[in-house]
Design a protein around this ligand. Structure first.
Ligand SMILES: NC(=O)C1=CN([C@@H]2O[C@H](COP(=O)(O)OP(=O)(O)OC[C@H]3O[C@@H](n4cnc5c(N)ncnc54)[C@H](O)[C@@H]3O)[C@@H](O)[C@H]2O)C=CC1
Ligand SMILES: O=C(O)CCC(=O)C(=O)O
Length: 419
């Protein structure tokens, strides 16, 4: 049967609506949260190495800032479009609410394939985008960070360009920077570490010993590489990994550190000598835990009944459609939703920002310990709420988050209760 809806922004809106209905929120709450507060589209020219000039289109969606400045990554990917950044910014608002950090949600992107450009071209594109969005961002206004295909080096160029434009050096205007340039220790690892930690918490709840567990991992980028490395460190075996070039399998467990090193060098997992290529797709493989850490709309009505994992822990944003969510809930699978499972990235971005504002650095262990405490607390609260209301963990996570945002909006006088 064909999917009813795969528009990610409509999916995000339906998730918010569903939780508002379950909470019995005032109608004003969904009315405010259903759309981003501001969406900016920019077009900017960049000189290419061959002397020609190309125009690029970029976006920044600022969903809601009731709890603090907008916060969220910048994506460079050919599939970036307005609806995608709107959805991603919506998810950011609720992600920050889940861990209770003082931010709202934002997200930006440019529809490019960065591998088509030289390093110099990529730097000029990044700087031009930073100049174009400079009027709407700032340390206290909107704080971007890395997402798919962006990294600390790109954040450093953007901090520099922002300083050129505004005349003010504000390192806290972007997070996810290199440790040698105002970045935080444990930020690079943060998202994947958090995903592995949440998978471990879910396993504990189900009485599953990680020592006997087989893991499937989709994506071996920033999130997937650390999710895989940490779950292996926690005792599990990553037996199958998939990326944009295919799937690889090793019954005895893939050596994650070796795979990550290979992927760093080759930008893909294909050809990794420590595993065999396989036609088996990672998503439907015979595993206990599945960690989708690539892109949206991977687990759908079309494959939901074929998923073998007992635990799905979402490293990616939006990998599961609402139709698949329903099937997983009916099948009794445990799904740790993106806004909880991958909240480690923005949590440590928040710690980076705090360190930047204080011009003071914390140790790796201090940062990771603070992340662990916040995420485990959120997991416990959401687990409890899900069981209390007999809803899936995604609905419970939205319910918890919406309550916090609703309270802030009410206190700020954005609406008056009518019921
Ligand atoms: N980097 C971060 O801190 C955070 C990232 N996320 C989300 O995690 C996901 C991954 O982000 P990153 O690891 O940062 O990106 P990345 O660019 O470092 O890695 C992306 C990975 O996805 C794989 N991929 C791309 N297309 C694919 C396809 N069609 N099939 C299978 N694999 C495919 C790539 O091969 C690569 O391994 C995204 O949804 C992102 O929004 C969420 C929270 C924070
Ligand atoms: O680190 C951040 O501020 C944002 C990370 C992000 O874009 C995400 O969680 O999806």
């Amino acid at each position: 049967m064909a999917e009813k809806t795969l528009n990610v922004f409509e999916i995000a809106q339906s998730q918010v609506k569903n939780a508002c209905d379950k909470l019995g929120s005032d109608p004003a709450v969904y009315e405010i949260l259903k759309n981003p507060m501001k969406v900016t589209e920019v077009s900017f020219p960049v000189k290419m190495d061959d002397g020609t000039t190309r125009s690029f289109t970029g976006y920044r969606s600022q969903h809601n800032n009731a709890c603090g400045p907008y916060k969220g990554g910048i994506r460079f990917h050919p599939a970036v479009n307005l609806d995608e950044v709107k959805a991603l910014s919506t998810w950011m608002t609720f992600k920050c609410g889940v861990v209770g950090i003082p931010y709202g949600g934002g997200k930006g992107g440019i529809a490019i394939d960065p591998t088509e450009f030289s390093e110099g071209e990529l730097e000029r594109i990044s700087r031009a985008y930073a100049r174009a969005i400079a009027p709407i961002i700032g340390e206290k206004q909107d704080i971007p960070a890395p997402d798919v295909n962006t990294n600390g080096k790109i954040m450093s160029w953007m901090v520099d360009e922002y300083a050129n434009v505004t005349g003010e050096f504000q390192p806290g205007v972007f997070t996810g920077k290199p440790v040698d340039f105002y970045g935080s220790l444990a930020r690079t690892e943060a998202t994947g570490y958090g995903v592995a930690t949440m998978a471990m918490e879910a396993a504990k709840k189900l009485g599953i010993d990680l020592k006997n567990v087989r893991v499937g991992l989709q994506g071996c980028g920033n999130v997937g590489s650390f999710a895989g490395t940490y779950i292996e460190e926690f005792g599990a075996k990553v037996v199958i990994v998939g990326d944009h070039t295919g799937n690889i399998y090793n019954e005895n467990g893939i050596d994650m550190k070796a795979l990550v090193a290979y992927n760093m060098e080759h930008r893909c997992i294909k050809g990794f000598p420590g595993a065999e290529p396989t036609d088996q797709h990672v998503l439907t493989a015979d595993v206990d835990i599945l960690m989708p850490c690539a892109l949206e709309n991977q687990l759908t009505e079309a494959n939901a009944n074929d998923i073998k994992a007992k635990i799905i822990c979402e490293g990616a944003n939006g990998p599961t459609t609402p139709e698949a969510d329903k099937i997983f809930f009916e099948r009794g699978l445990t799904l740790v939703p993106d806004i909880l499972a991958n909240s480690g990235g923005v949590t440590v971005s928040y710690f980076e920002w705090v360190q930047n504002l204080q011009r003071y650095n914390w140790t790796f262990d201090e940062v990771q310990e603070k992340q662990t405490v916040l995420m485990k607390k959120a997991f416990e609260e959401i687990w409890k709420l899900a069981h209390e209301f007999n809803v899936d963990m995604r609905t419970a996570a939205y319910m918890m988050s919406i309550k916090r945002i609703e309270d802030a909006m009410k206190l700020r006088g954005w609406f008056t209760e009518t019921k």
